[in-house]
Design a protein around this ligand. Structure first.
Ligand code: ACO
Length: 377
């Protein structure tokens, strides 16, 4: 028995989760029971992580102790720094560096590994290896992590070598919370598949980073930023969109497999970007992006009246991350920094009631071939 073929597993339910609920028709995202609109701008990343792991918010003492535990794992082993430095020296893509760096987190284990300690290690070390890669690419020495800073603040500190102001930290935290989890997306499914074999959480996160690297999943916000720079220089943004679509290109930052309406994360990130850019020199960039969004949605509707192509998460991701000072080439690694919370929470959830994930393939190859020795072929 082979069952129905379902390419891409579209519409197939293979797990139960309490971590996030995605409603593609209503345009709703609920994380750990909270509407995204409420959680993302209010929580620190540590609170969101605790929520995903424990299914409740921490009280003040629990939060302080959780933050301390997470921060105690920030220092990456020297071999991880060597690997990301080698990747930078040889011009490898950022996500290759991050994959090698986070894989080396196994070397930082002290004592017996558990899904919980591996989760904290992976989450804590992703920003360290991403920042060390970036600094190596700019011929700068890595900056030691600081245990007194929040997760987002420490990441910015390791990138710049200076303590960031609170507005940048809040902007980044809102981003991290907005993309921390999103149902059974490709990288999360990868992580669950790996851990379901009773492998380990660091292996699962390493595989998930590999899945996130692909342009169909985590690679869109960099090209969105490039497009926005083109738009600012263009005489008529609508012409630019027509040109791209007529050339058969896809407009980055628009369209989504699940959402039939505007991605709810776009609204949360737009509001965060608006707060961030207000009164700043670059506020014209935010205004241009917002105007362009309207133009792009109209042209897409005109070009493809048969489809609903609305703004997705990546459009305002590019706007917000650019504002808070994340370099373009670190947009996807920063997505990994955020999503590591979801990956590790899914691993732990999978292990609570584990069953190996093993779908089938429908065989379409040859039958009945006769073997001939190599000398006779
Ligand atoms: N611009 C122009 N045309 C588009 C776009 C777009 N942004 N998105 C989809 N289409 C068209 C496709 O060309 C295709 O047309 P066809 O039927 O004539 O071949 C049709 O819509 C369906 O496309 P699929 O790829 O089958 O639809 P799917 O729902 O799987 O696509 C995806 C989702 C991959 C996000 C797509 O909308 C896309 O490529 N968008 C641009 C890239 C992007 O922004 N990616 C980030 C997504 S958010 C995330 O995953 C984190």
């Amino acid at each position: 028995m082979t069952g129905d073929l379902n390419r891409g597993l579209e519409g197939v339910t293979v797990a139960e989760t309490r971590l996030s609920r995605v409603d593609g028709e209503a345009g709703e995202l609920v994380i750990g029971g909270f509407p995204l609109e409420e959680l993302a701008p209010s929580a620190t990343y540590e609170e969101t992580l605790f929520l995903l792991y424990e299914d409740r918010l921490p009280d003040a003492d629990e939060l302080a102790s959780f933050r301390k535990r997470l921060a105690s794992h920030r220092e990456a082993p020297p071999e991880a720094i060597d690997a990301v430095t080698a990747a930078a020296d040889r011009g490898l893509p950022p996500m290759d560096a991050v994959r090698m760096g986070v894989a080396a987190a196994s070397l930082a284990r002290d004592g017996d590994e558990t899904p919980e300690t591996d989760s904290l290690l992976a989450v804590a070390q992703l920003p360290t290896v991403a920042a060390a890669y970036w600094r190596a690419r700019n011929d700068e020495a890595p900056v030691e992590p600081r245990s007194d800073l929040r997760h987002a603040a420490n990441y910015l500190h390791m990138l710049d070598g200076a303590e960031p102001d609170e507005e940048r930290v809040r902007g980044l935290e809102t981003y991290l919370n907005s993309v921390v989890d999103h149902g059974l997306n490709a990288s999360t499914f990868t992580a669950r598949t790996i851990v379901a074999t009773e492998s380990d959480v660091i292996s699962a996160v390493t595989g998930a980073v590999g899945a996130l690297k692909g342009p169909l999943h985590g690679g869109a916000p960099g090209p969105v930023l490039d497009m926005l720079h083109d738009v600012i220089d263009a005489d008529d943004p609508a012409d630019l969109v027509h040109e791209k679509l007529d050339a058969g290109e896809r407009l980055m930052g628009f369209g989504h497999r699940v959402y039939q309406v505007r991605d709810p994360r776009a609204a949360v990130l737009e509001a965060a970007a608006e707060r961030f850019y207000e009164g700043r020199e670059q506020s014209a960039f935010f205004d241009a992006a917002r105007e362009f969004e309207d133009v792009a949605v109209d042209v897409l509707a005109e070009h493809r009246p048969d489809l609903t192509l609305e703004t997705n998460v990546e459009f305002y991701t590019a706007v917000l991350l650019n504002g808070v000072g994340i370099p373009r080439d670190l947009f996807t690694p920063t997505f990994a920094v955020a999503r590591a919370g979801g990956w590790t929470a899914h691993c732990r959830e999978q292990l609570e009631d584990n069953r190996i994930i093993r779908p089938r393939a429908s065989y379409v190859g040859a039958e009945g071939r006769e073997w001939t020795p190599v000398e006779q072929r």
